[in-house]
Design a protein around this ligand. Structure first.
Ligand code: MSP
Length: 567
């Protein structure tokens, strides 16, 4: 089998099984309508042609950091993959602007919450734009459309009998905007030597609260939530037991706070003495962007990307709210781990954050996207160390990808600046059987990469593409293209063209496959190769590029990837 993709036998078998499964499984969601004869309804067709992904909406108590960017880059990459497959995309992101935490941050900066949130929300938007996050909707919870949606949603829950007047007594963490039980908190000694209570999970301080408010009948959904979690909706699956554990002690949930304590939020309809709990308010953003209550067939989301710190809100509260409102549940919750810095979680409150607008000057936004997706794995935390990260980028993407392109397009080697033909006889006589097999089995690489993109295992997709590029680098070296380029002998000319054809085709396929990860760099690469814009889909990657006549390369617009300078 192929040697270029670093897959062991089991992985290859499991990927093949995955693919077979996709083709032969009866269609439940309509996603593979074209392949499933049983699917005929128009709704399924519409669903098959669209893809919706959401990110959490970001707190605006401080400027964005690398962890926030990671969530968005991940969602952006998967959206780009589906866009390349010809689907219509709904990709929402935005800012979470209500609640005590924001109210306090605005007070501290001596600005009105409205002005404060507008300014910070703008910094998130600027970062996303700078990192090429191609969202289709940017929602701010302070917008009127969201206010209306949240109040409608609340009224629906109330009408259906899931909200009642009660009182809450227990712990509350302002940093997490979360209610906690006795088992969730612990006593610690802070830097000043004082004994304080903190959340066991986040380490953030908690305060005791006793107040009248509205309660949501969360405990009524325990059974249904168990069943839903059992379907494997949380990915990676290792997060499922964590979510299931939260169901072991069913309790109702406080969903409002007295307006005297929390004024910066959305009032409970018909009772302005209470403000809606910020998490209920925030979660409903996913419906606001769909136009709730009409939803226009845009709900449920195909994937909701979240970090593991907000799993409880998305795996327990959110589906329960949706069940109570009689709405469909998201098809997948994709949960990722955290970025650490010196082995500590990067967070605004700890002040140890990496600012994406600063690192972009060192790496370029595209290369940093690459780093995040190549090094960030969903199932375990990533530790960011700048020097190591830069060395890694240099040896991985710059050496492998950039060098191959500059070698194959250098005028000293590719004198005619063409995408050369491969002569079949030369191909058989000069290229080893193993290398020919690798080159011809490109479909396996593409299927593998597609499977990984669908599963949002971006790092694995990138790893497979990089192995392929490393193989092509080896090919170019083994065939000594510099020596071949010096000769005018017909056999050497044909031999060189053949190797260049293989290497350039590897670059073409890799450039197409890397579009979701590094869209600008891929675009520049494909431009340099002279690949027409309408020949850049994954389907086109599967077909050999025109082998005759010889096509001209595109214009040389300078070095694709520069080595990063490490201080
Ligand atoms: N506002 C809530 C989400 C409401 S969604 C209805 C919130 N905001 S946040 O700004 O604190 O976090 C937003 C996202 O950034 C979360 O997915 C969180 O996991 C992610 N990250 C925050 N710090 C992170 C790291 N250090 N590493 C990776 N992602 C992390 O929670």
């Amino acid at each position: 089998m192929m040697i270029l993709i670093r897959l062991d036998k089991h992985e290859l078998i499991s990927r093949t099984k995955y693919l077979l499964n996709v083709i032969s499984r009866p269609c439940i969601t309509g996603v593979w309508t074209q392949r499933c004869r049983k699917c005929s309804s128009r709704t399924q067709n519409r669903q098959a042609q669209s893809f919706s992904v959401t990110t959490p909406i970001f707190y605006v108590n401080a400027a964005p950091h690398m962890g926030h960017l990671y969530t968005c880059v991940l969602a952006d990459a998967v959206a780009r993959y589906h866009r390349l497959k010809g689907k219509q995309i709904l990709f929402s992101t935005g800012t979470d602007e209500h609640g005590l935490k924001i109210q306090q941050a605005a007070d501290q900066s001596k600005e009105s919450p409205a002005l404060f949130t507008t300014n910070v929300s703008r910094t998130f938007k600027e970062m996303f734009d700078c990192y090429n996050i191609n969202y289709t909707d940017y929602i701010r919870t302070s917008e009127q459309r969201h206010f209306t949606t949240v109040q409608k949603f609340w009224t629906e829950l109330e009408t259906r009998g899931y909200i009642y007047k009660g009182s809450y007594e227990g712990w509350y963490s302002v940093s997490d905007e979360a209610f906690l039980t006795e088992v969730d908190v612990t006593e610690v000694v802070n830097k000043k030597g004082e004994k304080i209570m903190v959340s066991k999970e986040s380490g953030n301080p908690v305060t005791w609260m006793k107040e009248d408010n509205y309660m949501f009948k969360l405990s009524e959904f325990t059974e249904r939530l168990h069943k839903w979690l059992d379907t494997g909706v949380i990915q990676p699956a290792m997060f499922t037991p964590i979510a299931q554990h939260w169901l072991s002690n069913p309790q109702d949930l406080s969903v409002s706070r007295p307006s005297s304590r929390l004024s910066w939020g959305i009032p409970v309809p018909a009772d302005s003495s209470q403000t809606i709990y910020v998490w209920l308010d925030a979660l409903v953003n996913y419906l606001t962007v769909c136009g709730y209550p009409s939803l226009e067939k845009r709900w449920p989301a195909d994937v909701q990307v979240i970090g593991k710190d907000i799993l409880k809100f998305h795996a327990i509260y959110w589906p329960a709210f949706l069940m109570a409102a009689g709405l469909e549940l998201p098809k997948k919750i994709f949960c990722h781990s955290h970025w650490l810095i010196n082995c500590v979680k990067m967070s605004k409150s700890l002040g140890n954050v990496v600012d994406p607008m600063v690192v972009k000057e060192k790496y370029s936004a595209e290369v940093f996207r690459y780093y995040l997706l190549r090094e960030g794995v969903p199932h375990s935390d990533g530790n960011y160390l700048e020097e190591k990260a830069m060395e890694y980028v240099n040896s991985d993407v710059v050496n492998t990808f950039g060098n191959l392109l500059s070698r194959c397009t250098a005028s000293a080697i590719n004198r005619d600046q063409i995408y050369p033909r491969k002569d079949q006889d030369t191909y058989i006589s000069s290229i080893t059987a193993a290398d020919r097999e690798t080159f011809e089995n490109i479909e396996i690489l593409i299927d593998t990469v597609e499977g990984y993109y669908q599963d949002m295992m971006m790092y694995k997709a990138i790893e497979s593409i990089m192995s392929y590029l490393r193989w092509a680098n080896g090919l170019v070296e083994n065939h000594k293209i510099w020596d071949l380029a010096k000769s005018d002998q017909e056999a050497d000319v044909l031999h060189l063209k053949c190797v260049l054809h293989l290497a350039l085709d590897t670059l073409r396929v890799s450039g197409i496959l890397l579009q979701p990860v590094i869209p600008n760099i891929s675009e520049r690469l494909l431009n340099r190769l002279g690949i027409p814009k309408d020949r850049r889909t994954f389907e086109c990657a599967r077909k050999p590029y025109l082998n005759s006549p010889e096509l001209p390369l595109g214009p040389n617009e300078g070095v694709l990837l520069k080595r990063l300078k490490i201080n």
